[in-house]
Design a protein around this ligand. Structure first.
Ligand SMILES: *Cc1c(COP(=O)(O)O)cnc(C)c1O
Length: 416
């Protein structure tokens, strides 16, 4: 955690916890690094579904080509927040209403998921024009990955592409720009490059056989994030160099990528506090404010969410402070289910009631995929670490409209 983030986290009043804290300067630095590693002919889009926090989108907007959205809701959200940003609209099961909204909004690209969807689009088009990519579900083995997207309901089998070409021949307002292929989530740079290579080799042949001048291929997102080794970030320089080699043979092709998780995972922290420490059949449990109804990522991905302990030396009670020391602790939330585990049997030096716990890598598929209403606990508050040190912070989000403001308190947080 950067010092500015630590200060904000340590200075939050107890009543603001749990809290999501987004480190915007860190995000900016990260997306700059990604952009700098990519060749010019690679267009970087951010997949908004990973985290569509307005300040995050605003921070990214200056560094990405545009945004990939996967619903009418995301389309409206992104269009409102960053009106000038190009939008690619993908995802299965688009409703007629969503297609009309996309046409009215003048999206830069529509990613077509099936022949039926293309026919539907054609029927709704009127005298408008739209640029599309056909999403193809290539039968390639992606190996061991976190999420395999091929062979499922996404995109279409290659044989269906020809049927789409027939539909396009009768729909001059729909311009085919190229293909879209998003096959896997969780690949590191080398296997991801190998996959891109296979996709493009296939696409070259497909287009060549049909006399199509392929100007664009979107190879999707899914760049790996390693929750067990947070510093092991996706090797963007190696990936960018590899894409450069792949593009060198194809002088007229524009490549697009649309990562989500690997862009925003690192900037987010879910900050909470130990409410109780108990020992059940010899095993230590720390019960935290909040839980997987705020941060579903570890439950969804079946991993231990990495965390930092921020000690709070203030102990205002008259009895002995419950603690775990030099032993494995399971960090759970407040939900009445054994599945509410954020991290299981992790060695801690010391963890006491009242200490804060900041879960790292909570910037993607975290709050926005969580079941917020389960058990009706209060929602977290949201905070953003600002650009320059010394600039005023975002006003705190009030927990409940009309509720009295939390009293000012002095804290004795120390970095240990
Ligand atoms: C979810 C998704 C992405 C982003 O995936 P990440 O794993 O977050 O990088 C990109 N493209 C499509 C089509 C998706 O469905």
């Amino acid at each position: 955690m950067r010092p500015a983030t630590y200060d904000l986290v340590a200075g939050l009043p107890d009543d603001d916890l749990p809290a999501y804290v987004y480190d915007l300067p860190d995000l900016r630095e990260h997306v700059r690094t990604i952009r700098a590693a990519l060749p010019e002919r690679v267009e970087l889009l951010y997949a908004a579904k990973a985290n569509s926090d307005p300040r995050i989108l605003g921070t990214l907007a200056e560094h990405v080509h545009g945004f990939e959205v996967a619903s009418g809701g995301e389309l409206d959200h992104v269009r409102t927040l960053v009106p000038a940003a190009p939008i690619a609209f993908g995802g299965p099961g688009k409703t007629p209403g969503e297609l009309i909204r996309a046409l009215d909004a003048g999206v830069e690209r529509l990613h077509i998921e099936s022949e039926h969807e293309l026919r539907l689009l054609s029927s709704l088009l009127g005298d408008r024009t739209v640029d599309v990519l056909l999403r193809v579900n290539l039968p390639v083995d992606v190996g061991q990955v976190a999420l395999a997207m091929g062979g499922g309901p996404f995109g279409m089998d290659p044989v269906q592409l020809d049927r789409c070409l027939a539909v396009l021949a009768d729909a001059p307002g729909i311009r085919l720009r190229g293909l879209h292929v998003h096959l896997a989530s969780g690949l590191q740079a080398r296997p991801q490059l190998a996959l891109v290579d296979r996709i493009l080799t296939w696409a070259d042949t497909w287009a060549g056989d049909r006399g199509i001048d392929l100007s664009e291929v979107n190879v999707g997102g899914g760049m790996g994030v390693d929750y067990t080794h947070p510093p092991r970030v996706f090797d963007w320089p190696a990936f960018g160099a590899g894409l450069g080699r792949i593009l060198a043979d194809r002088p007229r092709l524009t490549l697009r990528i649309e990562p989500g998780r690997s862009v925003t995972a690192y900037c987010g922290w879910y900050v909470t506090q130990v409410l109780d420490i108990k020992f059940s059949r010899g095993h230590a449990f720390a019960v935290l404010r909040g839980g997987t109804h705020h941060l579903r990522t570890p439950a969804a991905k079946q991993h231990d969410q990495p965390f930092e302990v921020i000690p709070d030396d203030v102990w205002p009670r008259s009895w002995e402070r419950p603690e775990a020391r030099d032993e494995p602790v399971t960090l759970v939330g407040q939900l009445c289910t054994p599945k509410d585990v954020l991290a299981g049997r992790i060695m801690v030096e010391r963890l006491r009631v009242g200490d804060r716990v900041a879960f790292a890598m909570a910037g993607a598929y975290a709050w926005n995929i969580s079941h917020h209403s389960f058990l009706m606990h209060p929602h977290p508050t949201f905070h953003h670490v600002e650009e320059a040190p010394g600039t005023p912070r975002t006003p705190r989000t009030p927990r409940t409209p009309g509720a009295p403001a939390p009293a000012e308190r002095t804290y004795a947080h120390r970095r240990s």
